[in-house]
Design a protein around this ligand. Sequence first.
Ligand SMILES: Cc1cc2nc3c(=O)[nH]c(=O)nc-3n(C[C@H](O)[C@H](O)[C@H](O)COP(=O)(O)O)c2cc1C
Length: 282
Amino acid sequence: MININWEDVIKIRRSARNFQIVEIKTEQLQALKNDIRSIEVPFEHTVECRFFKAKPTKRLYFSMVSPPDNLAFLSETDVVSVSKTGFIGELAILYAQSLGIATCWYGHYKLEELEKCMPHLEKEEDLQTANMGYGYAKGEVEGRRTICITPLGYHNEKGLRMVDRITEKFISYKRKPLEELMISSQSMEFISASVKYALNLARLAPSAANSQHWRFDILNEGKKITIAMPQGYKHLKWEHPNVDIGICASHFWLGLKLQHLKPKITITREHGRAKWTFELGD
Ligand SMILES: Cc1cc2nc3c(=O)[nH]c(=O)nc-3n(C[C@H](O)[C@H](O)[C@H](O)COP(=O)(O)O)c2cc1C
């Protein structure tokens, strides 16, 4: 595993929505490309991280000018695959942060513009599945798609618009307390200090519209922890909330690793959603 201070990086990372229009330094981009390939995760997956260039227009990202460098996360579109994409994408995003590269998860990218920058669709009709032009589709579709993208660049805090300042200061930083995220308040008494540490990193994960819809369940006297969204959960605007669950699971996994715990991980589809189960040995 790449040797960086994952805890600090999790705490420092913030979504950036205003970038300097300059390319990323070659050595940084090369480090990012090489090292994210070497990140090992404890489950099988087919997620691809694909780098691409974009022109400095507002066509790709809603209301934001694209920096030259960008990264797309591709996979199949069933709930388990998109959740694994969240997990792997977040490791790449955190690693970028450790190199001083700013990012922002984007689910609502303009599909037609992405296809121009980074041709990836199997057939032209695939463009029609975008939801009012944004993202890959409302639900599951055939084949592999771009689940989310992120700009990669240097944050330009000087040029921030008032609306961005408000989002960054008052929305982006807010996180729910751990107690609010537990399925059962009684389970708090079974949580060891190590698991609590990992849950506290998990709750800092980014989510679309900062909805933080992950819920933690503690079973088998604290030896089994599950992460999933509530059954039947739907967000008004974000069609793929299982991505965010994978992101949260990656923070939890990093937290356990930092505590020298090696959980067995399974990812299953349950009641239409992805469920991450972490089992700790004795
Ligand atoms: C899966 C996912 C999709 C997102 N999509 C968008 C998006 O389309 N547009 C946008 O401006 N922000 C998007 N965001 C960024 C969130 O709004 C942001 O992560 C959240 O408000 C928390 O702020 P932070 O990242 O600064 O901690 C997305 C975040 C996630 C995790």
